[in-house]
Design a protein around this ligand. Sequence first.
Ligand SMILES: Cc1ncc(COP(=O)(O)O)c(C=O)c1O
Length: 346
Amino acid sequence: MHPIELRSDNAAGVAPEIIAAVAAANVGSALAYGGDDHTAQLRELVREVFQHPEAEVFPVISGTAANSLALSAVCPPWGSILCHETAHILRSEGGATSMFGAGAVMRGLQGERFTLQPTSLHAAFASTNWGDPHHSQPSVVSLTCPTDMGTVYRVDEVAALATIAHERGLRMHLDGARLANALVALGCSPAALTASAGVDLFSLGAMKNGSLSTDAIVCFDPAVSAQLVYRVKRAGHVASKMRFQSAQLHAYLTDGLWLRLAARANQAMAALAAGLREMGVTFVVEPEANMLFANVEQHAAGSLAAAGLLFYEMSPGVIRLVTSFQTTDADVAEILRRAAPVLTAS
Ligand SMILES: Cc1ncc(COP(=O)(O)O)c(C=O)c1O
């Protein structure tokens, strides 16, 4: 029985269009460190796609680099970063944000649907001794969209949180490791969920959705971008052959490729979730993008694994299933076929 991949969209391969773009960029020589035409064209495209004339883009090698370097530019060492208690930056990035933030504190807050709510921010503000050097000063709010639990902030939710953050002088960051999946789920424009909603800077994920070796930081504030130039370099994230990263991102954002790839992943998840629901499986929270957390007893999880399904058991009784741009309708049908005898019986 061939294994079927549901561990992570990181496990997927590279979209053929991205490989083709890398090959097409492999002609002759070009100035190193981003002084090439591909990087200039990428900057223009990012400005167009996110409808912001001053947007800057910084290709980096991972989502962790994008998040931690972006946050370091908007949080002083004495500051704190407010995020959901389940946020990737807090739980799964090895303290990278604290390191690049020169000791900045990360505060995990509670909120329904694994999202921050206005009440989450109001409570954090109320429990802060503002201006007291004994206390880290809230400096930036970081949202993860989609969240690490597969839920998606609505545009008006992001805008409301940004207003609250900005009123107190905080900046607004978005971890968009799966931004395309969120945009497809919401059916909104890239600008609506970012610049227009009050996001100051964000991580543009591409690797989980078909790129070969690059994610990026996108920043709308020129003063912050001016800092990022140095921060990204000092962290070792300015690739000498940046043209190949830029070519990937350019292809990714051209003609909606990123949205088509994400739509496939989301559609596969919707079909998978519907099939599991029919078998009586319950979910920790309704999946809204391409990630699902299902309540499955340990013995049943063992049987699913034995049936060749690759997934993570997150805690006893909860498994995580992730679809990608490579998950086909046939894969979903086969997953459900193998799962049926296990889950309908359990
Ligand atoms: C929501 C989210 N943010 C950031 C990252 C970090 O990406 P990377 O593993 O490339 O550092 C991930 C990776 O899984 C993620 O799921």
